[in-house]
Write a protein that binds this ligand. Structure first.
Ligand SMILES: Cc1cc2nc3c(=O)[nH]c(=O)nc-3n(C[C@H](O)[C@H](O)[C@H](O)COP(=O)(O)OP(=O)(O)OC[C@H]3O[C@@H](n4cnc5c(N)ncnc54)[C@H](O)[C@@H]3O)c2cc1C
Length: 470
């Protein structure tokens, strides 16, 4: 279904100069960071009818007004770095590119907060904050391209979450244009939490006030472990020393790291631990506690020459993977306790092709990014099978009390598993009240029905397919 004539003429009338409809643009906006096998078009219509480059609150309000009037689905997209299909259209309509949203920035040193536009890229914001002696509390490792708005809507955790929590813990106020067109500001945690992980389904974020921290120097230590069991024991010990960040790679990812950047790290599980340190005594104490923790878990301390360097590479995973092969990606949140079984299973299922990168996000949990590399010559059918296999293993993490990282499109229908049943109920009530026509990013968060078999949900179909085929 292409954009209806009446709808198109309305959008052209109000936002004609910002509307793009050429084939190249539509192709670019038909995917996000992950590779999409061409067979997915059976399930949904990921090539949009058009793309609107929105730059102001007024643009967003106009878009919602015409979208409601003409029942046109709209899908927000910022940098497009999330790989779960959240910024891809499910049933065509318009993509709203929010990356060019007008930018403003205001630090309040007394409150230790910053007011920013959602289109701010993390590295740009951090650069500005550092000039004033402040720093982001936590940020994603897609720091050089991802935006604040996209991270909130994706439900972000990241580097620094071990100490400061995920994005929800940092939002003081959020401004949103609801699908009704109303511009609202929320300061209550109960309201803010609805927008974290909502993938644009409840409205479009137009401004955020974030908590920031003093720019305290970080010291880094590294260690290696022989097996998933040792790694998990190591994480259990290390979280007790209240680190700022704990970031680790599996041996396959370490080998790729060595190959790409010319290092000679041991091909084992490698973890880099960072801690805020104000004084020399604190640094000595950190070293002592760290050495004890690693020793207790049976690991080995990594040569200090490496640790500073590796920390600098924390944003390089994507470029490392990109230059090798194609890949599919998924991410789970796992409890630290007893999750070594799950890692062992992943490694044995995919042999040497699964690359794992973990980040501790709380004293009890970590996020595990899974990249499954494949030969770019692989047929579309085989790519789909790999996607399904990885999907199945992501869902299968529930056996060790894990959940998918976020919903987006691929994991739509898993919101209740991620945030709990009460949050799901609240989400549904709110969605019904602000978007009765379901125009704001339809097909995301709650599982949509298949377009050719509307009694079956996408969640059911994908699960069934992954069980039958694998
Ligand atoms: C190498 C790599 C590392 C990554 N590391 C992390 C990590 O450490 N932690 C993490 O959480 N994620 C990570 N990600 C995933 C992703 O990069 C982040 O979640 C990122 O913050 C998404 O921001 P974006 O601007 O690219 O958003 P997009 O991908 O464009 O959008 C994400 C979602 O937000 C919605 N959206 C975008 N803008 C708005 C808006 N203004 N209002 C409402 N909804 C909106 C979209 O519809 C979509 O559903 C990583 C990705 C890569 C490629």
């Amino acid at each position: 279904m292409t954009l209806k004539k009446k709808a198109r003429s309305r959008f052209v009338r109000f936002l004609g100069k910002q509307l793009r409809e050429d084939r190249t643009t539509l192709q670019i906006y038909s995917r996000d960071m992950a590779d999409l096998p061409s067979l997915v078009s059976i399930f949904f219509q990921n090539i949009p009818d058009g793309v609107i480059l929105a730059s102001s609150v007024k643009d967003i309000q106009t878009i919602y007004s015409v979208a409601n009037e003409t029942k046109t689905p709209i899908t927000q997209r910022a940098a497009g770095t999330a790989g779960l299909g959240g910024s891809i259209t499910y049933k065509k309509g318009l993509v709203i590119d929010t990356k060019g949203f007008e930018q403003h920035y205001l630090v309040n040193p007394l409150d230790q907060t910053v007011v920013v536009s959602p289109s701010y890229v993390f590295s740009d914001l951090q650069r500005k904050l550092k000039l004033e002696g402040f720093s982001l509390c936590s940020y994603p490792s897609s720091y050089h391209s991802a935006t604040i708005g996209g991270w909130i809507a994706h439900g972000g955790h990241g580097i620094g979450s071990a100490q400061y929590g995920g994005v929800l813990e940092q939002i003081v106020e959020i401004e949103v244009v609801l699908p009704t067109g109303h511009l609202v500001k929320y300061t209550e945690r109960d309201h803010i939490s609805l927008f974290v992980g909502s993938h644009g389904t409840l409205g479009t974020i137009t401004e955020v006030t974030l908590r920031v921290k003093f720019d305290i120097p970080l010291k880094h230590q590294g260690c290696t472990f022989d097996s998933p069991k040792e790694l998990i024991q190591g994480l259990e010990e290390i979280v007790r020393i209240f680190p700022y960040s704990v970031w680790f790679l599996n041996p396959e990812h370490v080998a790729l790291f060595n190959e790409t950047f010319g290092y000679n790290l041991p091909i084992r599980y490698v973890a880099i631990i960072s801690k805020e340190v104000n004084f020399e005594e604190e640094e000595l104490e950190f070293s002592r506690l760290f050495n004890n923790a690693v020793r207790n878990a049976g690991g080995q301390i990594l040569d200090r020459r490496y640790t500073e360097d590796i920390w600098q590479f924390r944003f390089k995973s994507f470029s490392m993977l990109k230059q090798c092969k194609d890949f599919v990606v998924s991410e789970v949140i796992l409890p630290i306790e007893a999750s070594d079984k799950y890692i062992r299973k992943l490694v044995s299922k995919f042999k040497g092709n699964i690359h794992l990168e973990g980040e501790v996000i709380s004293p009890t949990h970590y996020a595990l990014m899974m990249y499954l590399l494949y030969d770019e010559k692989l047929s579309s059918l085989k790519k789909t099978l790999l996607n399904l296999k990885l999907f199945n293993l992501t869902i299968g993490s529930k056996k060790v009390k894990g959940t998918p990282y976020s919903t987006g499109l691929w994991f739509s229908g898993y919101y209740g598993k991620i945030y709990g049943k009460d949050e799901l109920r609240r989400y549904k009530e709110f969605k019904k009240s602000v978007d009765p026509k379901n125009i704001s990013n339809p097909g995301k968060v709650l599982s949509p029905k298949l377009r050719f078999l509307p009694i079956v949900s996408l969640k059911f179909a994908v699960r069934l397919a992954s069980r039958l085929i694998l």
